[in-house]
Design a protein around this ligand. Structure first.
Ligand SMILES: Nc1ncnc2c1ncn2[C@@H]1O[C@H](COP(=O)(O)OP(=O)(O)OP(=O)(O)O)[C@@H](O)[C@H]1O
Length: 228
């Protein structure tokens, strides 16, 4: 479970300061799905970075299962991230010189998994996202949707409890977008993930049951029963 209390993030550049988050309080229960939406510059990506332990708040606490990520040493934070948190991005962030299988294996290196087991688990993860026949392709030989599937396999191969997604369909056409969303929805349910997704897309937000809207660094949460 995530529990954010009074999270403020202030970016300073010379005399200019931007409060990207202003006193955010937010609870995300285990196994929940939360969609984060809001206008550009509102603080969506900043909030996701706090949840992912990719950056620290200026004030406040970001507890994951009772551990405050804001106060962990860099080494312990890296360990929490590599074991518990999978992250995917709009631009896939694959390593262009590695094959799909090698890209997925990279997530298991910090966990000390043996090379032979890394290969097997990466192949299984790629099969679970429908890419069992693309193990040895380089990212440049795959479509955008396939590259995002590789990134999803890389995020999930370590069996994290949390999946964070920053505009995961932002670079995809509409048909591919719907395929990736359906895949993510299926994986969320199958693995009981805590799933947080940032999106600009109001159609995605309309389908969600729990939406956090963030404007000028302040969050409002709306819960609703999805349309049948
Ligand atoms: N590293 C940084 N240094 C300085 N200011 C930053 C930095 N990162 C973000 N900001 C500022 O913080 C505010 C929130 O940015 P953030 O990227 O979280 O918004 P967003 O809602 O994700 O926007 P978008 O939808 O355009 O991606 C913006 O005003 C942005 O300019």
């Amino acid at each position: 479970m995530y529990k954010l209390s009074g999270v403020t993030k202030r970016y300073s550049r010379g005399k200019d300061t931007v409060d990207a988050l202003r006193g955010v309080d937010l609870v995300i229960e285990d196994g929940d799905q939360l969609v984060i939406q809001g206008p550009t510059g509102g603080g969506k990506s900043t909030l996701l970075q706090m949840l992912g332990g990719l950056d620290r708040p200026t004030e406040g606490s970001v507890e994951l299962d009772g551990t405050d990520l804001a106060r962990l040493s860099e080494a312990r934070l890296t360990k929490v991230r590599s074991q518990n948190i999978g992250i995917i991005f709009q631009s896939f962030n694959l390593i262009p010189t590695l094959t799909a299988q090698e890209n997925v294996e990279t997530a298991l290196v910090p966990l000390g998994v043996r090379a032979s087991e890394r290969r097997t688990r990466a192949a299984e993860a790629l099969a679970s996202v429908g890419l069992g026949d693309r193990l040895h392709h380089l990212p440049g030989e795959l479509s955008g949707g396939q590259q995002q599937r590789v990134a999803i396999a890389r995020a999930l191969v370590k069996r994290p409890k949390v999946l964070l997604a920053d505009e995961p369909t932002g670079a995809l056409d509409e048909g591919t977008r719907d395929e990736i969303l359906a895949l993510l929805d299926g994986l969320w349910k199958e693995y009981g993930l805590t799933f947080v997704m940032v999106t600009h897309d109001s159609a995605i937000a309309r389908r969600a049951t729990r939406v956090a809207t963030i404007k000028k660094g302040r969050v409002t949460v709306t819960e609703r029963t999805p349309a049948a």
